[in-house]
Design a protein around this ligand. Structure first.
Ligand code: 2PG
Ligand code: MG
Length: 423
């Protein structure tokens, strides 16, 4: 068979924040070549698979030479000669070789790079686009692009506590149109900020990061932009929020300190009451990490109160790990999970997390990281997983646009067979 792995190698490159990350190359015996690059988060959950960093002087400790070396030696040795189309075997071989439960020996960055590059190689070898290889012939649903338009929290230096405000073009007829709705609104917001003398510089994911006086002002500006761009809030475009509440819960429990905005100390019930006010007033349809990862009772209370009205997504508490998603399903914490390949570290385990959500009747929300590369794996993966929505940044910054452009390409390639809908 010709989809046998002939060589695997890796290289240290830079991500969108200028931090080192791993690029991996796979060659098959039939001559197929593939390449993948691994993303990296800033507001990370405690239980994410471990990103191996060298901890030496170079790059202030963030170098990935050890991870690269692990790919070039141990991992390559274990996988050369195996069939690239047997993704599960490839991934579980690496998991066993690593031997830890969080990939801390070889590094999730080393393992994921190989896992993604193997999937790409197998797809090329089978003469299929990656989304069709991973998702089958019915993978035709292009995700609604939940576009990050305004940043706060750890992704920006301003007085907004919540990390991400996203625009959701669920009223658009196609992905192409949806992307246009959000890109136009993004540009309209830029004009509004300019006219108010506010900064139009952007945060890590390309959303604006103006110095709003509080969280409400952020959302009011977005509503103003939607209206001014001639769209109807709640009909054409709604809003999604990622509080990333870990970043304002010093002990990752049910005590919060909204220091950026100056709101100060809050309890879980204070947060829930505030959310209720917002949900009354604004067209919010999805809320991610409204409480911190240790506040499981908070997730349950939030979901009980709002879960029949909006999508409640767990990110830092679930870390794309079936162990935690299973717990969340059992206790009714959230009704959706964020899905990030590098939180768990292999393609196979990520698919298992998606499958678990699906079987429980949950939604799942595909996501980039705040540190990204020009790799478009996520775009194909989102179509393959049939999740209906993804977040991959704003309408600027090449590493974000690369994914949107790849989705445009997939929609185009499907020539009228594509689907687009929020639910
Ligand atoms: C998040 C992500 C992506 P980071 O919290 O959902 O937006 O941020 O990659 O910094 O963890
Ligand atoms: Mg998040």
């Amino acid at each position: 068979m010709n989809s046998i792995i002939k060589s695997i190698s890796a290289l240290e490159i830079l991500d969108s924040r200028g931090n080192p990350t791993v690029r991996t190359y796979v060659t098959l015996e039939d001559g197929t070549q593939s390449v993948s690059s691994v993303p990296s988060g800033a507001s990370t959950g405690q239980n994410e698979a471990v990103e191996l960093r060298d901890g030496e002087k170079r790059y202030n400790g963030a170098g990935v030479q050890n991870a690269v070396n692990n790919v070039n030696t141990e991992i390559a040795k274990a996988l050369i000669g195996k069939n690239a189309s047997n993704q599960k075997d490839i991934d579980y071989t690496m998991i066993a070789l690593d031997g830890t439960d969080n990939k801390s020996r070889l590094g999730a960055n080393a393992i994921l790079g190989v896992s993604m590059a193997v999937a790409k190689a197998a797809a090329i070898s089978a003469n299929l686009p990656l989304y069709a290889y991973l998702g089958g012939t019915n993978a035709v649903r292009i995700p609604v692009p939940c576009m990050n338009i305004l940043n706060g929290g750890e992704h920006a230096d301003n007085s907004v506590d919540f990390q991400e405000f996203m625009l959701v073009p669920h009223g658009a007829p196609t992905f192409k149109e949806g992307l246009r709705y959000v890109a136009e609104t993004f540009h309209t917001l830029k004009g509004i900020l300019k006219s108010k003398g506010m900064a139009t510089s952007v945060g890590d994911e390309g959303g604006f990061a103006p110095n709003c006086s509080n969280n409400e002002e952020a959302i009011e500006l977005i509503i103003e932009a939607i209206n001014k761009a001639n769209y109807k809030p709640g009909i054409d475009l709604s809003i999604a929020i990622d509080s990333a509440a870990n970043s304002f819960s010093p002990n990752l429990d049910d005590n919060y300190d909204l220091a950026w905005s100056g709101l100060g100390k809050m309890t879980t019930s204070d947060l829930i009451e505030k959310s209720a006010e917002w949900l009354e007033k604004y067209p919010i349809i999805l809320w991610e990490d409204p409480v911190s990862e240790g506040d499981w009772d908070g997730y349950i209370a939030f979901t009980k109160r709002f879960g029949d009205k909006i999508e409640v997504v767990g990110d830092d508490n679930f870390v794309t790990n079936t162990k935690y998603i299973k717990k969340g399903i059992a206790i009714g914490a959230c009704n959706s999970a964020l899905i990030k390949l590098n939180q768990i570290g292999t393609v196979t385990e990520t698919i298992e997390a998606v499958r678990m959500c699906r079987e429980a009747g949950w939604r799942y929300f595909l996501s980039h990281r705040s540190g990204e590369t020009e790799d478009t794996f996520l775009a194909d993966f989102a179509v393959a997983m049939d999740g209906g929505h993804l977040k991959t940044g704003s309408a600027c910054r090449g590493e974000r646009i690369a994914k949107y452009n790849r989705l445009l390409e997939i929609e185009h390639e499907l020539k009228g067979r594509s689907e687009y809908r929020w639910k």
